[in-house]
Design a protein around this ligand. Structure first.
Ligand SMILES: NC(=O)C1=CN([C@@H]2O[C@H](COP(=O)(O)OP(=O)(O)OC[C@H]3O[C@@H](n4cnc5c(N)ncnc54)[C@H](OP(=O)(O)O)[C@@H]3O)[C@@H](O)[C@H]2O)C=CC1
Ligand SMILES: CC(=O)N[C@@H](CCC(=O)OP(=O)(O)O)C(=O)O
Length: 344
């Protein structure tokens, strides 16, 4: 059994880790932290987990206890993993961070976007960006994983085949993205209130969002050159889900875009390329670790439109984190992640 701990167990990504790991036959969750709920039983807070974690209780985050685990997930706000990751790695514990603490390689850029100095620059060199479709081999031997953000996952998987094939202009990319409200976390915030978020839709961060530098860095790794990206996120009245509509301009005449996408993802267990002409729905991936894609070329013109959907809490966070854990511990990548979506 792989013994794991979760720091930040009361948040949405923390409880999603618990839900998914309840069905993982090689993993045992032995420590879970919450400062505000220390002493409370997990099942008393989350009744959906009754019968799965009856003896698990929230405790204060303590490096000694967490350092006895084989791996620790950080499902915490930015900056928390900076403070603890080094100590855990020194004790031989592998770290899988769902926050943005180790996603950007440039410390100044991180400090600019996250409005605080980087707290562990010495660890950046060894952190591996946890997008298996790009970095599978490096993830297998990593000690420290930076799990990609939700929007960055949907956007990078959509552009990947086109950029790798050199078929589109990397300086003219437009990502028009929509998220459900759980993307903002469980903490009480006015924009997430029912009366604010339902029956309405709005863009935010149009002149600059924290995921912009992360997506740019990832797309540059794929394309091998700087990219020009316009990224506009929107808050939509749904609980889970990301829908990304990705525009790009062809620079060469492609043979068959559908075949290109199908071939690139043929061996990827969590990327599903839909038949030509499809329009993926967020509900078709709800609760799953799957990214569903469709590629269109309207009017056979110069513009390619890729539609990409994920569940922000699964492929956009906790599921992808477990996918990387499976790879790090030599398990089947799909372990604990193979249930289909709930429909309707
Ligand atoms: N929601 C989403 O769709 C996605 C979220 N993420 C990222 O994952 C991380 C967690 O997100 P989410 O679950 O939504 O967040 P929440 O706000 O829902 O939960 C945060 C958790 O962290 C704990 N926490 C807060 N401050 C500290 C601290 N200083 N030390 C230790 N624990 C702390 C909280 O418990 P307590 O205060 O009781 O200790 C709580 O359990 C964030 O970095 C987020 O950006 C990434 C991709 C998608
Ligand atoms: C709807 C909503 O508010 N979404 C969040 C998504 C950010 C997130 O989850 O943070 P990570 O950087 O850790 O991925 C936002 O736009 O800030």
């Amino acid at each position: 059994m792989i013994k794991v701990g979760i720091v930040g167990g009361t948040g949405y990504t923390g409880v999603e880790l618990l839900r998914l790991l309840a069905h993982h036959r090689d993993v045992s969750v032995e420590a879970i932290t919450s400062r505000s709920e220390a002493g409370m039983k997990v099942c008393d807070m989350y009744p959906n987990l009754r019968g799965h974690y009856d003896n698990l209780t929230f405790s204060e985050p303590e490096a000694k206890r967490l350092g006895a685990m084989d791996a620790v997930f950080f499902a915490t706000p930015h900056g928390v993993a900076h403070a603890l990751a080094g100590e855990l790695l020194a004790q031989g514990t592998r770290v899988i961070d769902l926050s943005a603490d180790f996603r950007l390689r440039d410390v100044d850029e991180w400090a600019h976007w996250y409005d605080q100095p980087h707290g562990a620059p010495e660890l950046l060199q060894e952190a591996v960006y946890g997008l298996p479709e790009m970095h599978r081999e490096r993830i297998k031997s990593a000690r420290l994983i930076a799990v990609p953000g939700c929007y960055p996952t949907a956007v990078q998987l959509g552009y990947l085949p086109l950029l790798e094939a050199g078929l589109i202009d990397p300086t003219q990319l437009i990502a028009d993205c929509k998220s459900g409200v759980t993307g903002a976390g469980r903490g009480a915030k006015v924009p997430s209130l029912l009366a604010e978020a339902s029956e309405s839709m709005k863009a935010y961060g149009a002149s600059g969002h924290r995921h912009l530098p992360e997506i740019r860095q990832g797309l540059k790794d794929i394309a091998g050159s700087d990219t020009g990206l316009t990224f506009v996120p929107h808050l939509t009245p749904m609980i889970r889900g990301i829908h990304a509509t990705l525009y790009s301009q062809l620079t060469a005449e492609p043979e068959d875009l559908q075949a290109l996408f199908e071939a690139r993802y043929a061996n990827e267990p969590f990327v599903d390329v839909l038949p030509a002409g499809s329009h993926p729905e967020t509900r078709s991936v709800k609760g799953t670790n799957t990214c569903r894609l469709a590629v269109h070329r309207p009017g056979n013109g110069n513009t390619v439109v890729v539609l990409s959907v994920i569940d922000n809490l699964v492929k956009g966070a906790s599921g992808q984190a477990i996918q990387t854990l499976n790879l790090m511990f030599g398990l089947d990548e799909r372990r604990g992640l193979d249930a289909p979506a709930v429909m309707p």
